[in-house]
Design a protein around this ligand. Structure first.
Ligand SMILES: Nc1ncnc2c1ncn2[C@@H]1O[C@H](COP(=O)(O)OP(=O)(O)O)[C@@H](O)[C@H]1O
Ligand SMILES: [Mg+2]
Length: 257
């Protein structure tokens, strides 16, 4: 098994608050790897250091053997590190198709100048973009709504469009921060199935932050548990669920379960 992501002893603080205090873990290529922990444990902060939104105060992060600790968010996304957000960030007045095309233009930019001077190239790029987007639309069963405006659609579908937008960036490592938050049980099941399909059929490695333990148990190959910015435990889902330290942290936090 090859290591795709290697997080080495990272620290991150906000003012006096130590959000992440010496966290290390490795994610293997092809895994669904979950990060669990109570509110404020540092899950999102860890994710933000991986995407590059925050730079860790100490420690380093390697992706495919390359030190990415000092790379910009954009350069990391070009390497294939892609995240979705806890809150929806779609252009609600635009159609599903336009949102997806736009995400490719922003992140897989072939440049305004090249569009002017190499019009032919730009056209063929555009055709490729369109084909890629249409294929993602098919994959996530969004064909029926592709010409609809995002605001017209249900919350569950909007979250799926957010996932489609991430897929349009051709992730190698897809990071999902509470993708089921606010969903009903049917929407949650759908989302779980799409995450599995993305992992199995497209070969995308996934980091999942999720508070619903049933989802974590069903989807994850391995799990790391955080509490107060530190790693409490790491292992297979059933190992983590039965770990003394995790159980005692859970007991203090009913909402973990
Ligand atoms: N931008 C920020 N400014 C100040 N404090 C923050 C910021 N982001 C997170 N924190 C703090 O860092 C800690 C970890 O937060 P977070 O990573 O969001 O936890 P989780 O995602 O596990 O709920 C919390 O104490 C939180 O209040
Ligand atoms: Mg969070």
């Amino acid at each position: 098994m090859s290591v795709l992501l290697d997080v080495k002893n990272i620290y991150l603080s906000f003012g006096g608050i130590m959000a992440v205090a010496g966290v290390s873990f490795k994610v293997n290529a092809g895994e669904i790897f979950s990060i669990i922990g109570p509110n404020g444990a540092g899950k999102t902060s860890v994710l933000n250091t991986i995407t590059g939104i925050y730079k860790p105060k100490r420690g380093s992060i390697y992706f495919s053997g390359q030190d990415i600790t000092n790379l910009s968010v954009k350069n990391r996304s070009k390497l294939g590190l892609v995240r979705t957000f806890q809150n929806l960030e779609l252009f609600k007045g635009m159609t599903v198709l336009d949102n997806l095309m736009l995400s490719r233009h922003i992140f897989i930019n072939y440049g305004l100048l090249s569009s002017i001077f190499y019009f032919g190239k730009a056209l063929s790029e555009e055709k490729k973009n369109r084909e890629f987007v249409e294929q993602v639309i098919d994959f996530l069963d969004l064909s029926d709504v592709r010409k609809k405006h995002v605001f017209e659609l249900s919350y569950g579908i909007q979250k799926r469009i957010e996932l489609a937008r991430a897929l349009c960036l051709e992730p190698k490592l897809l990071m999902l921060d509470e993708p089921m938050a606010g969903m009903n049980s049917e929407e949650t099941e759908d989302m779980a199935r799409y995450i599995i399909d993305i992992n199995e059929e497209r070969g995308v490695t996934v980091i999942l932050i999720e508070h619903d333990m049933n989802v974590v148990m069903d989807l994850s190959h391995r799990v790391v548990a955080l509490d107060f910015g530190e790693k409490v435990c790491e292992g297979k889902p059933h190992e983590v669920a039965n770990d003394e330290r995790v159980i005692s942290a859970y007991l203090g936090e009913e909402k973990w379960i």
